[in-house]
Design a protein around this ligand. Structure first.
Ligand SMILES: [Zn+2]
Ligand SMILES: [Zn+2]
Length: 483
């Protein structure tokens, strides 16, 4: 292994050496090593950058309530706690937790909404609940309760601890907050939790659809990693093989136990539930690790690619239509299956695709206005009207060809087995694999695949398909197949 450390990995002579392969860094991604990084900054042995992790502890315990007070005290917290939850998570874990935290004089804030959203209303309610100025916050719930608490923690500068009640999303460890603002989903600042605690037995009892959604959010990293590596080779986007290795290991660990996440309502004996709890523990660990990877990189790049571009557009469609939102991971799962198959279609000849005409700029703008409606101005402002062409694209194609030969075709060949397996696993877990199961039309799906790329302008398989003039045909195929 090379020991010279360059601040700019692009200066490395051989960009296709094992140094840049995520699998080469497995030896530094075991649990003990990652735990030693929590709560500190490190100079990365792989990319030479400084990576900072705010979260100081990720701890599984069962029953969590029995040891939560000691875990919190060990982090140095004292004073008064406010526990934020909704009615369901209060029953699942919050009430038991409050009983055991008497040394922190806990107050409870319980959202009464059946369908809680991280929006102005929920934020206002919790703001009023902070009147007594607690010393720290504990979110007890899944993505929505955690995000509401995260944002209030950010603006009030009162630190928070996340107690996860479902292995449903990778956002627990996130440092940014997706919020609904006037009905539009936007990313606001936030803070990462000081610690993430969970009880595998509680995770195993969460609604099966939530666990399926979490699994899909981990699976998406297969697409995200390939998108990221190609973006580094084509566009010099910052890349760290150690962080990629961390995400790669999280996916591999999660897939190895995924069979035990299948939901069989007739099998709730203690042995089956123990296996389920163990698999949920593994899933939650994978979700936490990918969140930590995002903290280290300072962006969502290690964990979000074309899969999330597609899902974000479907989420915006939900908001526009005033529908009670389905789970984030449901749409990410669909975006992942589509992205995997798009990589297969685009590179089916194991060579670069033939060049087809790209969409003219005026037609593109017309389509963006149709799909994005009131948000079209933003989408038009943050995107180029046409993909790179001419000498720039020709130079990028040479880089792409080299990257595909070095690792891309090998990764994509694994999708032949992964895609049907992923579909079967999500189905067995009780999750959706077709857009119509989530109430979307064929047009909704086409729009998300064809114009998801404008949502977050970054290079993914959707952008690659666009550059080869294939995106809109492949989006038609995807809409036919995955509806
Ligand atoms: Zn690094
Ligand atoms: Zn996600």
């Amino acid at each position: 292994m090379k020991m010279d450390i360059s601040l700019d990995p692009k200066l490395k002579e051989d960009q296709f050496s094992a140094w840049y392969d995520p699998r080469s860094w497995r030896h530094l991604t075991d649990q003990a090593t990652v735990e030693s990084w929590l709560g500190r900054s490190m100079i990365c042995p792989a990319c030479g950058r400084q990576h900072t992790i705010t979260t100081r502890a990720i701890t599984a315990a069962s029953p969590l309530a029995d040891c939560a007070a000691d875990l919190i005290q060990a982090l140095g917290f004292d004073g008064r706690a406010l526990i934020v939850m909704d009615r369901r998570t209060e029953a699942a874990a919050g009430a038991a937790l409050a009983e055991q935290l008497s040394r922190f004089h806990p107050a409870a804030f319980v959202f009464a909404e059946e369908h809680l959203h991280a929006d102005e209303n929920a934020l206002g309610q919790l703001m009023m609940g902070l009147a007594n100025r607690p010393d720290f916050l504990i979110s007890c719930g899944s993505g929505t309760v955690t995000d509401i608490t995260r944002y209030l923690s950010y603006v009030s500068e009162i630190p928070f601890i996340a107690v996860a009640t479902a292995a449903s999303v990778d956002g627990y460890a996130s440092a940014t907050t997706p919020l609904l603002h006037h009905g539009f989903k936007r990313t606001f600042p936030g803070v990462a939790p000081q610690a993430i605690f969970y009880d595998p037995q509680v995770l195993a009892q969460a609604p099966p659809a939530m666990t399926a959604a979490g699994f899909a959010d981990v699976l998406a990293k297969v697409v995200a990693l390939l998108d990221w590596r190609l973006a580094w080779h084509l566009e010099d986007e910052p890349y760290c093989p150690l962080i990629a290795g961390l995400v790669d290991r999280a996916v591999a660990d999660c897939l190895s136990l995924a069979g035990d996440l299948a939901w069989r309502p007739d099998q709730v004996d203690s042995q089956t539930m123990d296996r389920r709890a163990k698999a949920c523990d593994q899933l939650m660990s994978a979700l936490s690790l990918t969140g930590i990877a995002m903290q280290m990189m300072g962006t969502s790049r290690p964990a979000s690619g074309a899969d999330h571009q597609i899902s974000h557009l479907l989420e915006m469609r939900d908001v526009k239509n005033g529908r009670a939102a389905s789970l984030h991971g449901d749409k990410v799962g669909l975006g992942t299956l589509i992205s995997l198959s798009m990589y297969q279609s685009l590179f089916e000849e194991r060579s670069l695709p033939a060049q087809h005409p790209i969409l003219p700029a005026a037609r593109w703008a017309q389509e963006v206005r149709r799909v994005y409606g009131q948000q079209a101005a933003t989408a038009l402002a943050i995107n180029e009207p046409e993909p790179p062409q001419g000498a720039l694209w020709e130079a990028q194609k040479i880089r792409l060809d080299a990257a595909m030969n070095a690792f891309g075709y090998e990764v994509i060949s694994s999708f032949a087995g992964l895609l049907p397996r992923a579909e079967a696993l999500i189905t067995a877990m009780g999750g959706p694999t077709r857009a119509s199961q989530l109430g979307y039309t064929r047009q909704d799906l086409y729009d998300a695949v064809a114009f998801g790329k404008e949502n977050r302008p970054k290079l993914t398989v959707l952008r690659l398909a666009e550059r080869f003039g294939r995106l809109y045909d492949l989006a038609q195929d995807a809409a036919d197949h995955w509806i």
